[in-house]
Write a protein that binds this ligand. Structure first.
Ligand SMILES: CC(C)(COP(=O)(O)OP(=O)(O)OC[C@H]1O[C@@H](n2cnc3c(N)ncnc32)[C@H](O)[C@@H]1OP(=O)(O)O)[C@@H](O)C(=O)NCCC(=O)NCCS
Length: 231
């Protein structure tokens, strides 16, 4: 077993039964030969990338390959689309995230699923929080996260990550970037670990204004959070 990747396992952090796989990775042990050893395609886009970027891409694709394996899909090369979006097999919806030394991926072949998004974020400092909160959250969301039974910087990370997960889940359908104000977080349940949110503007036929959705979150060690949005 290679030690670049460690603590690799199926994820049981969420209520979903969709194949989800995470690992941790040690960037200091990264070398290019690991791509071949782990059976992951080294894309042209990484030729000019620094080792840190190569390492996180490899760890993310490794988790994605494991999630696909659970759907009985082997040796599929997940290429990258025009806006960095991973290109999954035609019958699959999936998502990848990496943050520091964590990577995670989810995949589904359920035909009734519009999309799935997953995201890991580190908690930010109080100082950064004060600076950036209004760029990511509305006045009502700032008030909401101040009243949740979680440290403010953690509930901010949950809200921010949830929006990133929603973006990843919906991007393959919407096919364009949209702003953080496109959805509003309406509740964070710190007991049930769910996040409720609302679509504020019609982004697509499948994502109409007023649509109510729910995601999940899980708190990781090292002050990180991970969120999942399944639509
Ligand atoms: C794309 C984005 C969501 C990535 O999130 P991040 O926290 O920077 O990084 P993560 O490690 O969690 O995710 C990176 C992975 O997301 C996936 N990803 C990147 N762009 C994507 C897209 N357009 N659609 C779906 N997935 C995408 C990729 O798999 C990428 O990893 P890889 O490049 O190694 O394959 C973020 O950088 C971004 O551009 N956000 C702006 C759009 C947004 O969130 N709007 C708010 C909506 S409410």
């Amino acid at each position: 077993m290679n030690t670049f990747i460690f603590e690799a396992q199926s994820t049981s952090w969420f209520k979903t039964d969709l194949p989800t796989y995470h690992c941790r990775f040690d960037k200091s042990l990264y070398k290019d030969e690991l791509f071949a050893q782990l059976g992951i395609y080294f894309p042209e886009s990484l030729i000019n990338a620094v080792a840190k970027r190569r390492a996180e891409f490899l760890a993310g694709r490794y988790c994605a390959a494991e999630a696909l394996r659970q759907l009985n899909i082997h040796n599929f090369i997940i290429k990258t689309g025009a806006n960095r979006n991973p290109l999954w097999p035609e019958t699959v919806k999936g998502s990848i995230s990496h943050c520091d030394n964590y990577a995670i991926a989810i995949a589904s072949d359920k035909s009734d699923l519009i999309g799935v998004g997953i995201d890991i974020e580190s908690q930010i400092t109080e100082e950064t929080f004060e600076k950036i909160q209004s760029q990511v959250l509305s006045v009502s969301e700032i008030e909401l996260i101040s009243n949740i039974d979680l440290k403010k910087t953690i509930s901010f990370a949950v809200a921010f990550s949830l929006k990133e997960s929603f973006f990843k889940a919906s991007y393959p359908t919407i096919q364009k970037y949209f702003d953080f104000s496109a959805v509003t977080i309406t509740d964070i349940d710190s007991v049930g670990n769910t996040v409720s949110f609302k679509v504020n503007e019609t982004l697509h036929e499948s994502f109409k204004k007023g649509m109510l959705l729910q995601g999940e979150f899980h708190l990781l060690p090292e002050e990180k959070v991970v969120t999942l949005v399944k639509i």
